[in-house]
Design a protein around this ligand. Structure first.
Ligand code: SAH
Length: 553
């Protein structure tokens, strides 16, 4: 499967065309020239640099501009690598689709897809494909060419006038315009078996073999290779690995699937398995009559990813979190955060809940993931800071459900509000600090008081989360009373409100000046230590930081 394409445009006149293509590839991002195009997913400064970087990364490229510009831009990097991504030029009004590079990466298929979507013809120039109406070297999903280099010579021979016969079942070749005769010397073999290929043959493996793994140890891969060898089946004919759900969390199984680049599916009912071909020590080879679509067999291992969005702005979200969001089938979280997690696709299911129903949300997430879905639980900032990661772990810890234990659970960090606010102000958390939630919803106020006393006595910088709310109006005032007993009125305070979101404000003041009415539930409060200091910035604001060294006694 190719990675998502990048749709690259130069000016606003190409944006409408780009959006039409994006409707075909919803995962594709539109790249626009900085300062010229607004409202696109990505901007770049230099067209050529951007195009070359994407090409090198193997990203399929759809450029809505003159083919010549694309060719000139990529000229310097062509030939750098053996395999290349599809590269297409599309007229910005959608009237022409020109596949340029990536013949073996499926560029003609993409060109035809885009052309059909735009209701024009694709400018296909590949002779084999024009002549035969199919690219023999790029068989459809479920079929794999055994040897591409050998295949190139074979296609040249057919173009040179050689006839061909087909042995095996190749339904897609029925419509092709191949020079077929029964006594031809050239043969296209469609077979799950491995065989030595000579130059007058084209060997295509249908992926109709599945491996049922009964026991997975470190020897799994070598056992599988032996099984294939003794049974005569080709590795390229493998469609997937299958196992019982009890093996779902077995590392060796996942390692083998990753190594073989095969999907791994779990089946409760062995009745559903394709017919047995051969039994081996810890595994069975199963051979279906036609290519296997693994998505129709059993279910995958479910995945639950707990992510943090960061403070708000998209560029402060971790790429891994963005990827998890893009891959998610279900999203759970407080509605405001789910809305911040976009762009999402319509088929991604949003389970919006109230901010207070955290345990219920965590359990719901496990139920969905245990059924094989890819689930993301969304927090703001960092999911491990007064947020969903601990709730999810608590739900798992309490549960005795084996299906929940087998879910692939991962926690991805994010930029927490204290870090985002501190970075705006300079470096107030540059020395030892602590993070305290002033909410007494989940812990007694007496504990909070004790922690504040000790943190203040230890001269730690403090960051307060959940500082105040309608239901908790007096707590911040009491907290400040405790701190003022140990810290001078000149102590610096930073207030960050809606950091990284529209209308963000940052304010520096002193502990003497601070009153609770300056703070609301969207504010992060940093109380400096005795060492926290400030100085003017050239633009009129000021920098706040806590030095890394502390005075020796
Ligand atoms: N997991 C989040 C914190 C959730 S607790 C994180 O790591 O940031 C919610 C509190 O975080 C709010 O009451 C506020 O004090 C703070 N907060 C969250 N986002 C903020 C932002 N963008 N700007 C300022 N404070 C924020």
């Amino acid at each position: 499967m190719n990675p998502s394409p990048a749709i690259v445009i130069l000016g606003p006149s190409a944006l409408a065309g780009a959006r039409r293509i994006q409707a075909l590839y919803p995962q594709a991002e539109i790249h626009g020239l900085q300062g010229r195009v607004a409202d696109v997913e990505r901007t770049y400064d230099d067209f050529g640099d951007n195009l070359r970087a994407l090409y090198r990364a193997g990203t399929p490229l759809i450029a809505l501009c003159a083919a010549g510009i694309v060719i000139r831009s990529l000229a310097a990097v062509l030939g750098e690598k053996g395999s290349e991504p599809p590269v297409l030029a599309v007229a910005e009004d959608g009237s022409a689709v020109v596949p340029l590079l990536g013949g073996l990466g499926g560029v003609n298929r993409m060109a035809r897809e885009i052309a059909a979507h735009l209701q024009v013809n694709a400018a296909i120039t590949t002779s084999g494909e024009l002549r035969f109406g199919t690219c023999l070297l790029e068989p459809p999903a479920g079929y794999v060419l055994a040897d591409i280099e050998q295949g190139k010579g074979f296609v040249s021979d057919l173009l040179g006038g050689q006839a061909v016969r087909i042995e095996g079942d190749a339904p897609w070749l029925a419509q092709a315009k191949l020079p077929v005769t029964d006594d031809a010397a050239r043969v296209i073999h469609i077979s799950p078996h491995s065989r030595a290929v000579n130059s007058d043959e084209l060997l295509i493996h249908p992926q109709q073999v599945a491996v049922w793994v009964e026991r997975a140890g470190t020897e799994l891969l070598s056992e599988l290779h032996q099984a294939l060898q003794s049974s005569g089946l080709a590795q390229q004919s493998l469609a997937c690995l299958l196992a019982a759900p009890t093996l779902m969390a077995t590392a060796e199984l996942h390692a083998a699937a990753a190594q073989l680049k095969l999907p791994l599916r779990f089946i409760d009912d062995a009745q559903q398995l394709p017919p047995l071909h051969s039994q081996h020590a810890n595994l069975r080879l199963l051979l279906a009559a036609a290519p296997i679509d693994p998505t129709q067999l059993g279910r995958p291992r479910g995945r639950l990813t707990v992510i943090g969005l960061g403070p708000g702005a998209a560029e402060f979200m971790l790429p891994a979190a963005r990827q998890a969001l893009d891959e998610a089938q279900d999203l759970l979280g407080y509605e405001t955060y789910i809305n911040m997690a976009g762009p999402l696709r319509p088929e991604q299911v949003r389970h919006c809940t109230d901010n207070r129903e955290e345990m219920q949300r965590a359990r719901h997430a496990f139920e969905l993931a245990a059924s094989g879905r890819r689930v993301v639980v969304v927090s703001s900032g960092d999911p491990g800071v007064f947020a969903m990661a601990a709730a999810v772990l608590e739900a798992l810890h309490e549960s005795t459900d084996a299906e929940w234990q087998r879910v692939e659970l991962q926690v991805f960090p994010g930029v927490s509000a204290a870090r985002a606010t501190a970075a705006k102000a300079g470096a107030p958390l540059g020395h030892d600090f602590c993070l305290i939630s002033l909410s007494d919803n989940l812990k007694p106020w007496a504990i909070i008081e004790k922690r504040l006393e000790h943190a203040a006595a230890a001269d730690l910088v403090m960051a307060f989360y959940n500082p105040i709310s309608k239901a908790r109006p007096w707590q911040l005032g009491s907290a400040l009373d405790i701190i003022r007993q140990q810290r001078s009125p000149e102590t610096l305070v930073v207030l960050g409100r809606d950091i990284g979101r529209p209308g963000e404000t940052l304010r520096t003041l002193t502990l003497g000046e601070l009153t609770p009415d300056m703070v609301d539930m969207r504010t992060l409060v940093i109380i400096g230590s005795s060492q926290t200091c400030r100085f003017p910035r050239a633009d009129g604001g000021e920098w706040v930081y806590t030095p890394r060294s502390y005075p020796q006694p």
